[in-house]
Design a protein around this ligand. Structure first.
Ligand SMILES: *Cc1c(COP(=O)(O)O)cnc(C)c1O
Length: 416
């Protein structure tokens, strides 16, 4: 165990002041939740907004609602490289994930390579296999990853089937906009995560946004049958908020990091998560969220631009092109390390020296053991490659100039 200055990989700070707002929120109850909802609706320009316990809970409810509206459809098309919470939610909703490989430069779907389900849809005369019957496709989940925005309009242009819904996974990109439209509102329905390490955090939390009335009615009915947080769960939430407020600073981050059961930075496939309505405590924690989103976003934008300048792509590593002009600031700055043993070495060194460099999702979705059977014979080489190449650098307010030069030195091999 390392007891010394340690950088967190990502951190949307929670301050003691926020926790006081959380307690006040809890005391005002429903009113606090309605406030947060109506502020979100105003800011994002949508008619309907629902607040839940996590991003994956949001996605599950969305999928369950769609499944009820289109009962003959049961497949959900997602990027072959994405957060493991996404297939977890699909399985939780009783549906089947289907994969589409990524474009390694944008991390968006690879449009040069349409999945069979879509080519069928466009009647390109491919042989029909039952597994890819387009009439089974319920939804497609374009995803904004690492500050590079997904091209939702392009996807929309490919669909001539209005029964297939576009669910915009905007978990990583709250606050960005494209052509004057806020990301998260470009699909038929979108969701954000308010988990640890996201742009804005209420310890855990999720937001559903939509303009579709029938769909919103279904979600609303569904949500009225879902439990809220119990007293014990609220206590846990409260303690986690305190822990985050105290331990995210580099002088103390070794504490939570050394507590393995907190599973910091791990990404796991687990459809057994809880689905709850958001508590008024969380809505209270989110008080002043617009200015927080702006301030934290400005810090990440600043760091992200500095990293982009500092890290000149070389034979050893590459960078993604971040959509800074859309205010799409990554949560952690992505770097592609070509050499596997070198990458492992960087991660190990960072771990020993507390530099906050992290891997991302450990494998492409078809590499998840519990799901592998469903993808036998299918290959997603770009997703697999990126999973083995990506690392992320921290870009939160606790990172100093000195940290940056240590990290840059480690990656370029000129370590002091
Ligand atoms: C974090 C994340 C999610 C899930 O959000 P949780 O609140 O952790 O459940 C979904 N998709 C992406 C791309 C994410 O980064």
């Amino acid at each position: 165990m390392r007891i010394a200055r340690t950088l967190a990989p990502a951190a949307a700070p929670i301050y003691l002041q926020d926790i006081i707002s959380g307690i006040k929120g809890l005391l005002s109850g429903q009113q606090e939740l309605r406030r947060f909802e109506s502020e979100l609706k105003g800011y994002f320009g949508v008619d309907y907004c629902f607040l839940v316990s996590s991003g994956k809970a949001a996605l599950t409810l969305i999928l369950q609602a769609l499944k009820e509206i289109y009962p003959d459809r049961n497949e959900v098309l997602i990027p072959a490289f994405t957060c493991y919470s996404v297939p977890s939610a699909i399985v939780r909703a009783g549906l089947k994930p289907e994969l589409w490989d990524i474009d390694p430069r944008t991390m968006d779907f690879d449009y040069a390579m349409l999945p069979t389900a879509l080519t069928k849809l466009n009647e390109l005369n491919n042989p029909i296999t039952p597994a890819h019957d387009p009439s089974r496709l319920l939804a497609i989940v374009p995803t904004h990853l690492f500050g590079v925005s997904a091209d939702i309009e392009r996807l929309r242009g490919l669909l001539n089937e209005h029964e297939i819904s576009i669910i915009e996974d905007a978990a990583q990109i709250m606050g960005a906009e494209r052509n004057g439209k806020k990301l998260g509102t470009l699909g038929d329905v979108g969701f954000f995560s308010l988990g640890r390490g996201k742009a804005l955090s209420t310890v855990e939390g999720g937001i559903i946004l939509t303009r579709k009335k029938e769909f919103a009615q279904n979600i609303s009915d569904r949500l009225s049958k879902v439990h809220g947080y119990g007293v014990v769960e609220l206590m846990k939430l409260f303690l986690k908020a305190i822990a985050l407020a105290l331990f995210l600073r580099p002088t103390l981050y070794w504490v939570p990091k050394s507590l393995a059961f907190l599973r910091l930075g791990e990404t796991i496939f687990d459809p057994g998560f809880k689905i709850k309505r958001m508590s008024a405590f969380q809505a209270g924690l989110a008080k002043n969220w617009k200015s927080k989103l702006e301030n934290f976003g400005a810090v990440r934008s600043d760091y992200s631009k500095r990293w982009s300048k500092l890290m000149k792509p070389s034979k050893d590593y590459d960078l993604l092109t971040i959509d800074h002009e859309l205010n799409a600031n990554p949560l952690r700055f992505p770097v592609i390390i070509h050499n596997d043993s070198r990458r492992k070495n960087i991660l190990k060194e960072s771990n020993d020296r507390g530099l906050g460099i992290m891997p991302t999702y450990p494998d492409s979705i078809n590499g998840i053991r519990d799901l592998a059977n469903g993808f036998e014979g299918q290959h997603f080489p770009a997703a697999k490659k990126r999973a083995k190449e990506l690392i992320t650098l921290p870009i939160h307010p606790f990172v100093t100039k000195k940290d940056m030069s240590k990290i840059a030195g480690l990656i370029s091999g000129t370590t002091e």
